[in-house]
Design a protein around this ligand. Sequence first.
Ligand code: SF4
Length: 335
Amino acid sequence: MAKAKPVATLSEAESSVYRERIKKRLQERNAVLIAHYYTDPEIQALAEETGGFIGDSLEMARFGARHEAQTLVVAGVRFMGETAKILSPEKRVLMPTLEATCSLDVGCPADEFAAFCDQHPDRTVVVYANTSAAVKARADWVVTSSIALDVVRHLKDQGQKILWAPDKHLGDYVRRETGADVLLWDGACIVHEEFKAKGVLDLKKVHPGAAVLVHPESPQSMVEVADVVGSTSQLLKAARELPNDTFIVATDRGIFYKMQQENPQRRFMEAPTAGNGATCRSCAHCPWMAMNSLERMLRVLDDEQPSNPEEIHVSPDLIDQALKPLTRMLEFPRP
Ligand code: SF4
């Protein structure tokens, strides 16, 4: 698997210079910055300051489609840029680096996935949003973690058997919660898979009043110690609405930017990802999300060549095919 390249740390003064230059460039290029909840706080803050957006992958793509800007600068990982392009094929979609990928996407190559689907023609193919455009194009449905349970329950009620990809933990959670017949692809998120239930229980001894919020890309043992299991948006809602003052959060720590902003009096702690003997007690940050630096963003915006190396391209045929399962999800009635 391709390794994420680390980014240099900027001083506050350097960071400020970059931010001002990016703001200017966004205006000059009729561009809007759309950032994922897992990007670094300075990227999310810049999105807010410039009239951009912070959200999950689908909300990002929807915002990009609604916004009048002709260039979308997507700070996240590659499949997010592709989803934005599928929903806005007429717009230019740039990313700080196309090398920012995702272990779920990388772990589900389109040709191997198509062969897996061909072996199980009796199953309805449901894929998670964290997949390439080519994998989405092979699917009957695309789902996000916020809508996966509802869609699979609906399909089960119609008597359908499911082929699920790529996240085995989320797929297994969906299978347990819905009772549907779900065949799993063997993929995992390298960040969420590392959370440790034992570490959470140890932390709960020190903070007995803390609520445990868990993203369902985490293993079953983590789901079992959770007070709330949900997508990024659902965890943000829980952080606003639960009565607790302290939270142990098992998802990428980038989400703390929004959680702390919305709940300044509350305390948020990273769920542990390693045992007591480890040097790093929690490494809850996606290395690919961390590649979205201010320097890379400015470099992309400074490049005025017609062909930008960090531009997302998806063929019209693939867009047509991937749009069908995406549209099914977008039109699925929300509870
Ligand atoms: S946190 Fe996990 S699921 Fe999200 S982009 Fe990183 S590797 Fe992929």
